[in-house]
Write a new protein. Structure first.
Length: 232
């Protein structure tokens, strides 16, 4: 066991956690920057398309760490009638999200709430679907957020949690060069820091153990997805 652990950390290295909320204006600007978004929007569209296949039968979805709301807006377009609550700790991010929600005339479908996903202001079993993108690696205490998520989800709710993947440490530089090639300046720094803070497939699997029946899928080398179909 001891040797196994030593070998694991020799091969995979260690996470370097990053700050929780993205509320520094410069970071928010870099994140929503048009050039970053051109690349990100392609990734987000793919994620939203897959997410929509899980939420087709849902009525109320929670998106944790919704940021500028690109994914929930795209899911709303794909799943008519679905109501979505986007939660984020960062007011600057939510202001960007609100601009987009207004611009796309989705105020009746997407509600934005400023809160920590470790203390969600919702009743038990309020949602029959849950998603997040690039959130888990930001969390100081991910177990707390996952406990909250379990509480606010109804039993058998659909799940789609997506995050970056941390590669073996020997491959980190090449991984960053390949998957970060479209990012520049501050956005590139943010991407690199996020990958260093991300989980391996094994670590993420252990983290989400409490969410019964979920599967952890490797997606395209750079991402991991935690998914569960809606029951019934
Ligand atoms: C990398 S961004 C991803 C945003 C969005 N999901 C997307 O795909 O574009 C991570 C987001 O999670 C938010 N966040 C970090 N910790 C949080 C927490 N404890 N509760 C709620 N939101 C949090 C950050 O403020 C940021 O907007």
């Amino acid at each position: 066991m001891w040797l196994q652990k030593r070998l694991y950390s020799w091969w995979w290295g260690h996470r370097v956690p990053e700050a929780e909320a993205m509320d520094i204006e410069e970071e928010v600007a870099a994140y929503v920057d048009a050039s970053a978004q051109r690349h990100l929007s392609g990734l987000d569209e793919g994620a939203a398309r897959r997410a929509a296949t899980f939420f087709g039968c849902c009525r109320c979805l929670i998106d944790l760490g919704c940021g500028p709301a690109a994914i929930p807006l795209s899911v709303a377009d794909r799943v008519p009638g679905l109501r979505i609550v986007g939660v984020d700790l960062s007011l600057p991010m939510l202001l960007r999200a609100r601009q987009e929600v207004n611009r796309r005339d989705k105020r009746d479908r997407l509600l934005l709430v400023c809160a920590s996903c470790s203390a969600l202001p919702f009743r038990d079993a309020s949602f029959d679907g849950a998603c997040s993108n690039s959130l888990l690696h930001h969390l100081d205490r991910p177990q707390l957020a996952l406990r909250e998520l379990s509480r606010v989800m109804s039993s058998g709710a659909a799940v789609f949690l997506r995050d970056l993947r941390r590669p073996p440490r020997f491959l980190l530089r090449i991984h960053l060069a390949i998957f970060g090639r479209c990012y520049r300046g501050r956005m590139r720094e943010l991407f690199d820091a996020s990958v260093r803070a991300a989980y391996t497939r094994k670590e993420l699997g252990e983290l989400v153990e409490r969410l019964e029946g979920v599967r952890v899928i490797l997606r395209g080398g750079a991402h991991l997805e935690v998914v569960r179909d809606a029951a019934g």
